[in-house]
Design a protein around this ligand. Structure first.
Ligand code: NI
Length: 167
């Protein structure tokens, strides 16, 4: 088990756009395992490779109450979406901040699994929100960037203060 360091907003590296995985190798599988360990230990319900400073399209998610339903999405693509939902989101890269974000309520996503096999998944509710949140990380977007300029400025000030306190 290896825990990875999670980048903290507003770290510039969180704005890196991830590259597609060309082949699901043992190296990619090791990354997935370490990301899952890191997510469960945090604890969180989703983690994108971007957040651990690896800029490849890899996501791990587990929205189950039992924490034993790991979902791995490699090179995910949303092929259909509908509806709207406002969900209060948090992020392991922005600790202690929870804000409502509007996203699609239903999505269809295609991706590769840990064996490199393609699959299609229909998701709704929390899972749909989580997939969209993590896919944003892969294009360098953090959920707080959906907030107004004013809210973002306040948020950065608050986070700076928190960092000072910890140090
Ligand atoms: Ni996040």
């Amino acid at each position: 088990m290896a825990l990875l360091r999670i980048l903290q907003y507003p770290d510039e590296r969180l704005h890196t756009v991830a590259a597609k995985v060309s082949e699901v190798t043992d190296e990619v599988r090791a990354l997935v395992h370490n990301m899952a360990d890191t997510m469960y230990a945090a604890p969180g319900i989703g983690l994108a490779a971007t957040q651990v400073d690896v800029h490849q399209c890899v996501i791990v998610i587990d929205t189950s109450n039992t924490h034993d339903q790991l979902l791995v999405l490699i090179n995910p693509e949303i092929t259909a979406s509908s509806g709207e939902s406002d969900y209060e989101e948090g992020c392991l890269s922005v600790p202690g901040i929870f804000e409502k974000v509007r996203r699609a309520e239903y999505i269809t996503v295609k991706a590769l699994n840990i064996n490199g096999d393609p699959f299609v998944l229909d998701a709704e509710g929390l899972l749909a929100v989580c997939i969209q949140h993590e896919m944003d990380h892969l294009i360098g977007k953090v959920f707080v960037e959906y907030l107004s300029r004013l809210k973002q400025t306040r948020l950065r000030a608050k986070l700076k203060k928190q960092q000072r306190t910890v140090m």
